[in-house]
Ligand binder design. Structure first.
Ligand code: AMP
Length: 282
């Protein structure tokens, strides 16, 4: 595995790979690598000739300074885990080179970004869309691998790829979970052991909501309130949002159709966790 820090060098390598007709699979991350990231990487290894993983803690997608400061930074351990996979290139650009003084260009995806996390994290998806465009222009992949855990981010990415005429496929990989059901996240290490156990209620309440739908419940408010009640049983959990919505537009629905999304964001002792389920009515 080769580590590249220089943006121009990364572009040159990608161009050379394309000239040799190698397909490039790309896994963008913010580091603090866990099994969820590794699953994306393994998918990319299976599907592409060359795999590029990036680690870039994108400052402009953090609306909260403390969240950015507390985000785990363990670059050496990350590089160790990634080098254990068949990754060709680890790209670690410098924030001052990605956003040099005088930087003024931002990419905004409208519509889907006004819901879910977009309602609570001002500027977050502009930060995500902007860095993605940059990384896609630098790495020039054929395929980009993203996790379903960040469902809204996958929609934003697909939208901008289509709208800006990138010739790139998006592969969405199912969420990897701890045994308890808690979705793996770089932020989980910030939870105390006790609260990490309690955080399992996030997934378990979604599953319980899904069960109601499978049993025939179609009223989104009934399903939503059922999930909220279960979440409220854990006092430590502060609910940011719970949405039963259209899985393409993210607009809240009143009646659950064939396929819907239930998405949730909570805070536990200042740590923000998100999760979602796509539910298919029988
Ligand atoms: P992050 O480092 O949090 O920006 O995540 C990088 C990529 O890994 C994103 O596409 C995430 O959706 C994905 N990812 C994060 N956690 C998980 C997980 N538990 N299962 C699957 N993919 C994940």
């Amino acid at each position: 595995m080769r580590t590249v820090k220089n943006i121009t060098e990364m572009q040159t390598i990608s161009r050379q790979l394309s000239r040799k007709k190698k397909t490039i699979g790309f896994v963008p991350t913010m580091g603090a690598i866990h099994e969820g990231h590794l699953k994306l990487i393994r998918k990319a290894v299976l599907g592409c000739d060359s795999v590029v993983v990036s680690i870039f803690l994108n400052p402009i997608q953090f609306d909260n300074k403390e969240d950015l400061e507390n985000y785990p930074r363990i670059l050496e351990a990350d590089a160790g885990l990634i080098s254990g996979e068949q990754v060709d290139l680890l790209f670690i650009p410098d924030a001052n080179k990605v956003y040099p003084p005088g930087y003024k260009t931002f990419v905004e995806v409208k519509g889907i970004t006004q819901y879910l996390c977009g309602q609570f994290r001002s500027g977050h998806f502009t930060g995500v869309a902007t860095v993605l465009c940059k990384l896609l222009n630098i790495v020039q992949p054929n395929r980009v691998y993203l996790g379903q855990k960040d469902y809204q981010q996958t929609l934003v990415t697909s939208r901008l790829i289509k709208d800006l005429h990138y010739n790139i496929e998006v592969e969405v990989v199912p969420t990897v979970r701890e045994k308890s059901g808690l979705a793996l996240s770089s932020r989980n290490v910030q939870l105390s052991g006790e609260n990490r156990k309690k955080a399992a209620v996030v997934y378990n309440s979604l599953k319980s909501g899904e069960k109601l739908v499978k049993e025939g419940e179609r009223n989104a408010a009934v399903v939503g309130n059922h999930i909220l009640d279960l979440l409220s049983e854990e006092e430590v959990i502060k609910i940011e949002y719970l949405s039963v919505c259209n899985h393409r537009t993210l607009e809240p629905v009143k009646t659950i159709g064939k396929k819907s999304l239930i998405a949730v964001a909570v805070h536990i002792e200042g740590v923000r966790l998100i999760d979602n389920l796509i539910i298919e009515a029988a």
